[in-house]
Structure formats: structure tokens, C-alpha cells
Design a protein around this ligand. Structure first.
Ligand code: BGC
Length: 564
């Protein structure tokens, strides 16, 4: 597509400066062997689709061997692939097939905790109190005369106490160990050098196989206040998932910077030893301020980090303006932008809530949000507008599989289908994140799980798919020039030609304007059309009807212009 504007990007910049990554929740993407669970051969079978979409990299959610208590975020072996998904040979084939299509493969690395089935933890339990093996984790004696009270009052992020007591090798109840997530995810002790050394080896193992970088899971909680003091009380009624978020003793401690510095040194020396390799670390760094988020992106720490402010925004123009304005004041930081991920309610549903201004929690899936009626048509129009806004931003952008199809959150999953530990550990007070993890529809054929399973007589998908998926299927959308899928493709193609210029932002009423060099992106958040004559030559629009391109913008639309 020749739009008449020229990109001035430099070849010297790494791909991720402007790159588009596509997040794959492996068990939900494509199922090659027909067992109802996505796998790596399934991903290989869909690489042409991804190339056609116009992405530069895929990020795989954890696919290491795991008991799947938290779907892979409970890693039992960091140096292998879960048999449900394939094996190391399958993984090597994926890397080769992806690289042939100029697609890099990013993995998810989980440093804060492993599975309670990892050899490190099993050894620690059997070695007993005071052993070197226990130093790998946070084992402490309990309080009270018989040690039956947990060592402090910390709560776990998924509900319940953050401590679980073990049975000692002598068969007696013994010490407690810390787990900020589920009891099956014991926290590793990053003050213990062998832990850090083990992870250096893990990183090199995957780089040697051709992995181009890592998304780092929950790194901001790796340090803990020495002495592990009690957390201050929280107001009654605080959501379980928010209680841990308010514990000042687990967040953003100096150990986080230490971990990043160590890993960056390891990556930099790997690049020197392996000319031609370019690696990237992108952190999942939730933080209360943008300055704190930005503090992790340094020449000797992370390459980039998620700026989650957009993911947390509902449909209110001023929120988007504030998020972007704050980032525009830090042009030296290449934030990674995203609208969706496997932990958040899908944006079509978030934007389509009857009360779209309702603040969402991180997962957006607490009971109140889940029960709100959703207008999918409105949500889809808004999600298209936000996709075009996202594609205009400087820095890497991440799409979450299915977002390019405009999939809504599946809000009516029966309780019997739910698998997220959040649902169980909050006694159902929070629905959890399963609704954004439902297997993708590739065709409108329900007999093959809507094309999710390549096999003709597959098992049921691991999470039930709604009938609405038939009309959202990828092959169906491929044929329709006005589909969400084709709108994404156009936006991503145009993105490649954007100038490498920082952004400036302005908000007038409900109209948000972002400028980068000679390019202008306008989003009309309002419910009435606005005049855009005089802005410049229209280049593309999120609207599925281009009748008045460059003259009037309909409600809830984004349009790009070459300034004239
Ligand atoms: C991941 C979640 C996971 C949690 C524990 C998060 O940051 O994105 O999916 O449950 O870390 O590993």
C-alpha cells in the first residue's frame, strides 16, 4: 500500500522499537492433535496467518512443564516444554518456521515463583528446616506456641493467606513458606545467589535455541522487606485481588533493579558473544506511577516495559489523553503498549459495558463487572477505534490473540467450566480470567471446535466456545473487507510507514489528537460526528464505511491523516 508518506526509520534500530508482537495463550490458539488443547504444532500451522496479519514477533505464554494450576505460571521445569504442547523438537521447529517468516519468538519467564512440583521445592521440603535447599524459598517458623499461626498477615494475590505450612520429613507440621499467588506457586528467594545463577543458565538455554527475548512475569514483587513485617490493615470489603496489591512490603524493592541489571548484563554479553543476535526484555511492571514504571527502562536494565495505563482505561477520552500525555513527556522511554492480555477482560466487552466509565480492576472480571450488560456492537466499534490509536503509538505494541477478530469476553461460562484459581480461591467472589482465554475460532464449523482443532474428530475444547464465535471466525472475516480482521491488517500495514517521531497529544472536548512528525491520528470519543476538513490527506480509518473520509468523522472512530 503506497500512502504517499515515507518512513524514516533507521535500520540501526532494533525491531522492537516499532515492532508488533502477538501474544499467544498456547492452550487456546490452535490444536493440531485434536485433544482440545492448543499446542505448538497448532501455532506452526497458523504462522502464515500471522505473517499476513503483519506482526514481527510472537510472545508465548508459559509453555514449560507445569501442573497447570495457574496455566503455566507454575513452572515445574524451566528447561523443557510441557508434553501437552509438544517437546523441545517441536519448539525448535516453531523457531525455524517463524524465523523463515521473519517472526521472532519471545517467551515468558517467571522469576518470582515456580511450581511446588519443581525439583527445587521438592528438595527444599524434604531437606528440612535449616537446610541450604530451604534457602531457595521463603521458609519461616510459624507464630504461636506450636507455630500454627502464619509468620505474618500477608495475603495472596489470588485470595487467602500468602503462607502455607508444610509437613516436615518427620511427619510433623512444620515451617511455613511464602506464596504471593497460589500455594502451588512458592516464591523464590532472590537474595540467594544460586537462584539468580540458575536463571542465568535458563535464559542462555532458550537464547541458544533462538528465542529473541522474554516478557518477564511479575518481576516487581521479587524483593521482600527484610524481617517480613505485617502489612497495614486494608478497608473492609477490599477485593481479594486488591489486598496483596496494597502490601507495601512486596513491591518495587531494590531487588527488582538488581534482577534487571543482572539479566541485562547477561543479555548484553550474550549478544557480544553471538554477533547478529538482538535480544529484548519487556517487563510486566505494574506500578502506581509512570515515573516508577519508567525507572526500570535504562541502558543497563530493561529494554522496554509495559505501560498498562491503556489496558486499564475505559471509554473516557480524558483517561486516554492523560495516559498518553504522561508518556509523551518521557520520549526517551520506549513503552510497550497493549489493550488486552490474558489477565484482563477483553476490550470489546470492557468498552461495551452499559456503564463504560466504571473503573475496572486489573482483571476487570470481578463479579460486578462480569454481570454488567454488554453492547457488543458498541464495544466493537470502540475497540476498532482503539486499535487504530494503538497502532499509531511509538514503541512496541502487543496484540492479544483474538483481539484482531474483535472477540468479546465470554461472560457466561458456567461455573463448572471455570479453571482460574482466582475463582476458587475467592470462593467465587471473583470470576477470574477464563473468559478471555477461550479457544479461538478459525472457521465457522462447530464440529472442529470452530477450526481451533485441526483434527476432524477432536475432543471438546478445554474451555467451551460460545456460538457467536461462528460469525467471528478468522476465515469468515478474511473474506469481508470491512471486518475487524481486515481493519487490523490495514492499520498494521500503515504503521510500518509511520515516521520515527515522538508523539504529542491534545484533547478538545471528546476529540483526541496525536501527532507524530507529519502524521496525525484523531480519535472522536464522542457520540456525534465531528468535522475534520483541513486536517490533511486522510490515510485510513477504523470505520468500516469510508464514505466521508477526511471530511466528517463519525462517532467513536479513529482516523489517520498526512498533515497538509
Ligand atoms: C501473569 C498471570 C499469572 C501471575 C502469576 C501475572 O502477572 O500475567 O497470568 O497468574 O503473574 O504468575
Amino acid at each position: 500500500m503506497d500512502t504517499g508518506f515515507a518512513s524514516i526509520k533507521s535500520d540501526a534500530q532494533p525491531w522492537w522499537f516499532h515492532g508488533v508482537a502477538y501474544q499467544i495463550y498456547v492452550r487456546s490458539f490452535a490444536d493440531a492433535n485434536g485433544d482440545g488443547i492448543g499446542d505448538i504444532d497448532g501455532i506452526i500451522s497458523r504462522l502464515d496467518y500471522l505473517q499476513d496479519l503483519g506482526i514481527d514477533a510472537i510472545w508465548l505464554n508459559p509453555c514449560y512443564p507445569s501442573p497447570q494450576v495457574d496455566h503455566g505460571y507454575d513452572v515445574a521445569d524451566y528447561l523443557n516444554i510441557d508434553a501437552e504442547y509438544g517437546d523441545l523438537d517441536t519448539f525448535d521447529r516453531l523457531i525455524a518456521a517463524a524465523n523463515e517468516r521473519h517472526i521472532r519468538v519471545l517467551m515468558d519467564i517467571v522469576p518470582n515463583h515456580c511450581s511446588n512440583q519443581h525439583r527445587w521445592f521438592l528438595d527444599a521440603v524434604s531437606a528440612g528446616p535449616g537446610s541450604a535447599e530451604r534457602e531457595w524459598f521463603w521458609f519461616r517458623d510459624g507464630l504461636g506456641e506450636d507455630g500454627s499461626e502464619p509468620p505474618n498477615n500477608w495475603r495472596a494475590w489470588f485470595g487467602g493467606p500468602a503462607w502455607t505450612r508444610v509437613v516436615e520429613p518427620n511427619g510433623q507440621p512444620g515451617q511455613w513458606y511464602l506464596h504471593l499467588f497460589t500455594p502451588e506457586q512458592p516464591d523464590l528467594n532472590w537474595n540467594h545467589e544460586p537462584v539468580a545463577a540458575a536463571f542465568d543458565d535458563i535464559l542462555r538455554f532458550w537464547w541458544d535455541r533462538g528465542v529473541a527475548g522474554f516478557r518477564i512475569d511479575a518481576p516487581v514483587v521479587v524483593g521482600k522487606t527484610p524481617g517480613l513485617p505485617d502489612a497495614p490493615p486494608v478497608p473492609d470489603g477490599t477485593l481479594d485481588t486488591d489486598i496483596a496489591s496494597q502490601n507495601p512490603h512486596i513491591y518495587h524493592r531494590p531487588e527488582v533493579h538488581e534482577l534487571f541489571r543482572r539479566w541485562r548484563t547477561t543479555a548484553d554479553s550474550y549478544e557480544v558473544a553471538n554477533p547478529g543476535r538482538s535480544l529484548v526484555f519487556i517487563g510486566e511492571t505494574f506500578a502506581p506511577s509512570i515515573d516508577l514504571v519508567a525507572s526500570y527502562v535504562r541502558p543497563d536494565e530493561l529494554h522496554s516495559t509495559f505501560n498498562f495505563s491503556l489496558l486499564l482505561n475505559n471509554w473516557e477520552a480524558h483517561r486516554w489523553f492523560e495516559s498518553l500525555l504522561a508518556a509523551s513527556k518521557l520520549p526517551e522511554v520506549r513503552f510497550t503498549w497493549t489493550l488486552n492480555n490474558h489477565d484482563a477482560q477483553r476490550n470489546v466487552s470492557r468498552y461495551g459495558h452499559a456503564d463504560a466509565a466504571l473503573p475496572s480492576s486489573y482483571t476487570g472480571n470481578n463479579l460486578v463487572n462480569s454481570l454488567l450488560p454488554v453492547n457488543v456492537a458498541v464495544g466493537t466499534r470502540r475497540a476498532r477505534a482503539m486499535a487504530w490509536l494503538l497502532a499509531f503509538l511509538p514503541g512496541p505494541i502487543f496484540l492479544y490473540a483474538g483481539e484482531e477478530l474483535g472477540l468479546p469476553e465470554v461472560l457466561d461460562l458456567p461455573d463448572s467450566a471455570l479453571q482460574d484459581p482466582i475463582f476458587f480461591r475467592t470462593d467465587g467472589r471473583e470470576r477470574g480470567r477464563d473468559g478471555c482465554r477461550v479457544p479461538l475460532p478459525w472457521t465457522s464449523d462447530p464440529l472442529t471446535n470452530y477450526g481451533f482443532s485441526l483434527n476432524t474428530k477432536p475432543a471438546q475444547p478445554w474451555m467451551p466456545q460460545p456460538e457467536i464465535f461462528a460469525e467471528l471466525a478468522a476465515d469468515f472475516q478474511h473474506e469481508d473487507p470491512t471486518s475487524v480482521l481486515n481493519s487490523y491488517k490495514t492499520a498494521l500495514q500503515l504503521r510500518k510507514q509511520l515516521p520515527d517521531a515522538p508523539m504529542s497529544v491534545a484533547l478538545v472536548g471528546d476529540v483526541l489528537t496525536i501527532k507524530r512528525g507529519n502524521m496525525v491520528c484523531i480519535t472522536n470519543f464522542g457520540v456525534t460526528a465531528v468535522s475534520v476538513s483541513g486536517v490533511g490527506t486522510p490515510v485510513g480509518s477504523s470505520s468500516d464505511s469510508n464514505e466521508q473520509l477526511g471530511v466528517r468523522m463519525s462517532c467513536e472512530t479513529t482516523e489517520w491523516f498526512l498533515a497538509g
